[in-house]
Write a protein that binds this ligand. Sequence first.
Ligand SMILES: *Cc1c(COP(=O)(O)O)cnc(C)c1O
Length: 404
Amino acid sequence: MATMDAPAPGPLPRARNRPLLNRRLAEFGTTIFAEMSALATATGSINLGQGFPDTDGPEEIREAAVRALRDGRGNQYPPGPGVPELRTAVAGHQSRFHGLTVDPDTEVLITAGATEAIAAALLALVEPGDEVIALEPYYDSYAACIAMAGGRRVPVTLHPRDGAYHLDLDELRDAVTDRTRLILLNTPHNPTGTVLTRQELAAVAELAVERDLLVVTDEVYEHLVFEGEHLPIAGFPGMRERTLTIGSAGKTFAFTGWKVGWATGTPELVAAVRSAKQFLTYVSAGPFQYAVAEALRLPTEYFDELRDELRAKRDLLSAGLADAGFTVYRPAGTYFVTTDIRPLGESDGFAFCRALPERCGVVAIPNAVFYDHREQGTPFVRFAFSKRKAVLDEAVTRLKRLTL
Ligand SMILES: *Cc1c(COP(=O)(O)O)cnc(C)c1O
């Protein structure tokens, strides 16, 4: 650290005629989440903007973390690929829930949340100028990480139709060029709640094989599927050798602050991603890794209950939003429900979300922030339902003011 030699605060001479934030990141200066969360605090609103649970995960898993801390497991740098107990548990989970066989020693990498796995994957696999296809609207870190890797993002837009969002396979096919390096997939999909079907995944897989593309697939909501089923694309013909699958303990166990995630794939893919990961965090979350290993072995009832509870919350908030006059796109999975505000006589999601705390004490996120083609997302607004029932009840009551 060179902090001792740091110049006194103030503009550096060389920085005078240049913005501090470099060109790659200029468009990602601040996130809407910061603005909306600040607005929630300032107005005492219910924050249905950011997608984190407002209750912590299982007591016994918290206790497992405490035990690990006390017993001195993970208090010092854990092994680069992650502690063996957790790598074994991740492999066991992939086999138990998805019938996928992965070698815990060579095909699993533990990361600082799914966020780091995504960043490391893109930094490792993308050459400057490579095109990366991502389903739009997309999770905000994708665009920033593609930019950090020097890649070009190529959005393929999911379209709202018949109460849900759909992937147009022809549009996906047309988006592939000779410069396409990988498809960044996300199912169950944030923010739309779409869960890709077996037919859709088979078509994506066929395309990836035909055009020799890698697939990086973000499956952090794998256990939060209310309709249909979650199918990892890694299980489709020809995909094992070209797919990096990303998971996380954050959403599945309601420990988003622990930042324990993982990537699974062939030894070659995992080694490549590890090369980038080792210079991002090197390692993280030592004691929590042991606790998550226990969490992944929880009985099936835990996962069923989690899903059933979230489904009830989805239904509660969706019904409340419909009563308040929104058009509701009922999600098949995830923490989020997308709505159309046009039936309320509104057209601009940004303006609507900025006014909503004053109007009725609720915070939501304008979907336009998840788009390159912002106009496609303008009239849509996302609400999170990963909150206690009493909080959702109160939010629904408050939203009724919109009908007055
Ligand atoms: C929450 C979320 C993540 C981040 O997961 P962490 O494990 O907290 O880093 C990644 N992808 C999607 C789609 C998410 O919603």
